[in-house]
Design a protein around this ligand. Structure first.
Ligand SMILES: Cc1ncc(COP(=O)(O)O)c(C=O)c1O
Length: 429
């Protein structure tokens, strides 16, 4: 089978399937061959790892471990740099001494410690919903909640750009679902109007900020639709919890919409720099989730050290408003420079900046050269996003310095011109 070597693995798999290849053993043989070629050519960025863990500047190695280099990292979701905060680290060490390393079982079987309970209480107070349930990861929070919440005669309408954990949860529910065009209120309203009356409940599922595009959801407008149509709103705040709202309470809180949103879900692995996920909601949903969300009931709790990291990170955010403010300043600064240079940043707003490069081969060559110049970011292409909507994604952190941003923008400027991503020199960076 002939193929251009730069074809990304997932697209390649789709090509194989479309050519009628169904035997998984055979598919794996082709994929493995393709993978080895991609690694050899330095095109397989998934193979890179960070020698001493994530930071904004760190030594990155390849899968083969035969080369390593200092890079400025733009692929890490620790928006506030709390993974390297000494106070957080000290509290985690103390908790591990006191509570041990693991939780040993699920929440309902005795896996929760005082620390876990404190986390739930703290999140509940911060967000202001009646109750919070803590899940081991953000992924399984979505998987558990969305598989369990919809009833027999319900329908789920969700934004087309929603995260894989949302889609998996919805599919696992076995209930009827439809998508609406990304952030398109008109399309959402058409679907609401079409399905109103045919189902007992409609769930509308969105993300507050979309991880692939950095777009913020039009939450106020979605809430307004509730005046016309009856539905429940489920918002995933993975990329806004900790960095929007007072003390990082999230984007729903920032917009003063907490009361209007039925389910607020978030990951604790991003701004909060630990691991875990949660859902904030009315208390009446607790027993249903206890008994129907297998991802809650049959999964071991996050470790006491993770719980201590969550508590310590939330305390740091509370005590230091500069953390969030600096992140948004960095976002404005980098964004403005890239816009001035003529890069296509789509409609992004959150501290995730995508640079759109529709041609996948150009995108891969661009990202490979970027890496060789010490800038590590992730390229995203079909089928993760639509064909011709490939992009390189830059996730900002409070701990990126002006120098990190300036260096990155300078390299992007040079490579943008070289690869024809930007047409002509505009404003100097
Ligand atoms: C929107 C969204 N939801 C959920 C998750 C899953 O969170 P976690 O990585 O904490 O499991 C992610 C992670 O990338 C995400 O981007």
């Amino acid at each position: 089978m002939r193929t251009t070597i730069s074809t990304p693995i997932l697209s390649y798999m789709k090509q194989l399937e479309s050519q009628g290849l169904t035997d998984i053993e055979e598919i794996c043989d082709y994929l493995y061959e393709h993978y080895v070629q991609q690694v050899d050519q330095g095109l397989y960025s998934n193979g890179r790892y960070i020698e001493r863990g994530s930071d904004v500047k760190a030594k990155v190695s390849t899968a083969l471990g035969d080369s390593s280099q200092e890079c400025i990292l733009w692929c890490i979701n620790h928006y506030l740099g709390l993974n390297r905060n000494q106070k957080v680290i000290d509290k985690v060490c103390k908790a591990v001494q006191e509570y041990g390393t693991g939780s040993g079982t699920s929440a309902l079987s005795g896996g929760m410690s005082t620390l876990h309970k404190q986390v739930e209480h703290k999140l509940q107070q911060l967000i202001g919903k009646e109750s919070v349930l803590l899940f081991p990861t953000g992924f399984t929070a979505n998987l558990g909640c969305l598989s369990a919440l919809p009833g027999k005669n319900d329908i789920i309408i969700f934004d087309r750009e929603c995260h894989a954990s949302i889609i998996d949860g919805i599919k696992l529910s076995g209930k009827k679902w439809v998508t609406f065009k990304h952030n398109n209120l008109h399309d959402l309203e058409q679907k609401l109007s079409k399905y109103q009356g045919d189902y007992e409940n409609i769930f509308v599922v969105v993300e507050s900020a979309y991880s692939m595009s950095g777009d913020l959801a039009p939450l106020q407008e979605i809430v307004l639709l509730k005046q016309k149509y009856k539905f429940l709103i489920y918002v995933d705040e993975a990329h806004t919890f900790g960095i929007y709202g007072t003390n990082g309470a999230g984007y729903c809180s920032h917009l003063n919409l907490v009361e209007n949103i039925d389910f607020i879900v978030a990951s604790l692995s991003k701004a909060i720099a630990s691991i875990g996920g949660f859902v904030a909601m009315k208390s009446k949903y607790i027993p249903l989730l206890h008994w129907r969300a297998n991802a809650y009931t049959f999964q071991t709790c996050l470790t006491p050290g993770d719980a201590a990291a969550i508590l310590a990170s939330l305390e740091e955010i509370e005590n230091n408003s500069r953390l969030i403010n600096s992140l948004h300043k960095n976002n404005q600064y980098m964004r403005q420079h890239l816009k001035n240079l003529g890069f296509d940043l789509g409609t992004s707003q959150s501290p995730i900046i995508p640079i759109f490069i529709p041609d996948v081969e150009k995108l891969q060559a661009f990202n490979k050269e970027l890496y060789s110049r010490g800038i590590f970011s992730v390229s995203i292409f079909y089928p993760v996003v639509k064909p011709h909507e490939g992009r390189i994604r830059f996730t900002l952190s409070t701990t990126h310095t002006k120098e990190h941003i300036d260096t990155t923008v300078k390299v992007l400027h040079e490579l943008g011109l070289k690869h024809g991503v930007i047409k002509s020199e505009m404003v100097a960076a």
